[in-house]
Write a protein that binds this ligand. Sequence first.
Ligand SMILES: [Zn+2]
Length: 506
Amino acid sequence: MSYAKVLSVGLTGVTGHLVEVEADLSPGLPAVVLSGLPDTALNEARDRVRAAIVNSGQRWPSRRITVNLLPAGMRKTGSAFDLAIAVVLLGGAGELPLAAFDEVAIFGELGLDGTVRPVRGALPMVAAAAEAGISRVVVPLGNATEAAVVPGVEVKAVDTLHRLVAFVRDGVPLLDPPEGGPEAEPEGPDLAEVAGQALGRRAIEVAAAGAHHVALLGPPGAGKTMLAERLPSILPELDDEAALAVTALHSIAGVLPPGGRLRRRPPFQAPHHTATVQALVGGGSGLARPGAVSLSHHGVLFLDEAAEFAGRALDALRQPLETGRILLRRADGATEYPARFQLVLAANPCPCAKPSGDQFCECSPQARRRYIGRISGPLLDRIDVQVTLDPLGAAELMAPESRSEPSAVVADRVLKARAAASARWSEHGWRTNADVPGAALRRPPWRLPAADLKALRMRLDHGSLSARGFDRILRLAWTIADLDGRHRPDGDDVLEATQLRTGIAP
Ligand SMILES: [Zn+2]
């Protein structure tokens, strides 16, 4: 009987876990048994590993082979265990001494010809290995730059199984990660490019400062998309923890740009209104792919033409909006990914999408209400900033660009406002004004003087303002005061806050 063991890494959601891959080879009828809760992909691994070993010029052990992946209770998905299985088989058969792989984590997918292919999720896998005290990893060459982002881990890469065998037998060196390009993260579009549109600019500045969700209504050409695309440019950069979480999710989705580095800019996702529910929330076989809600984690999810999205697509946003996470239930088990995004909805005020003004749009008031009604209800309840933008006038379009404030200046105000809010709320467990429950703002010590709320109370009594709308205005008033560097909102802040949520229904 012969036995061998190597370390690999598996993923549960974004969390990696060390996995022991062990092989036992005993005399008997040649057969391969995989155990440790393998899914379909793992069973396919058996065929890939056999072909890769033979096509790399190695002998396939003609014995009874048991491969076991521990811990047995953890669900294992994907093809990333191929390389470790091949290594442990050759080790167990006495073909390959494995002393060089003590305390080394190995992963990679094998092609039938013995090439080692990159896998999705390499970054969180290496991060998990590092956290478990592993300081050396062997990864596919295609994952090496991404793996090298994790501090404190020596990354070696392989392009073929043959190279790994040659390393152990003959000391042929493994590959180093390719030099990551020194180019900085590309700058997104800048607010300086947006002419005029004072209300829209103010809406996204307030949204950024208080982490409020935003709905932008208005006819085509009102600049809704331009404004939404520039929200990330005024949000604070991601801190280390957020940057790692965001980069890990993009790694699992397989959408990290080459050159592998931590993402510092808040991500921006703009799924089309024909996007499937799966594209929005994630899913798929094997290692579940994060959807737009997770790819915009710590960033912005922009739904243009929001009223055109299928009802069930919009409904699917409710869970992540409430919990900041998305649970994907599938036949082979559930996967959970983080999904805490800032939502920006844009919509035309009516179904015909023609410029406003009586001579163009002939939609009835009922048709307009019905159209916007598609996105109302629970979704709209969570959106603090709701404004209707006018089409850009010729005067605004022709205004010299120098009049538009660049993103960096706005981002500076946003950062200070966020710091003020965080200092005020942190002892209560809230980070931003958007986190604060309405009830807290209606009670001392945060209740505003009655005189400042007089107009709001009247609207509340007349039914032209809902209780939720009242709370939204209070939250926005605090953000406006924070942006202005004042400790408490005054009557003018309440007035402006009211203007920032007059877009849709009471
Ligand atoms: Zn119309």
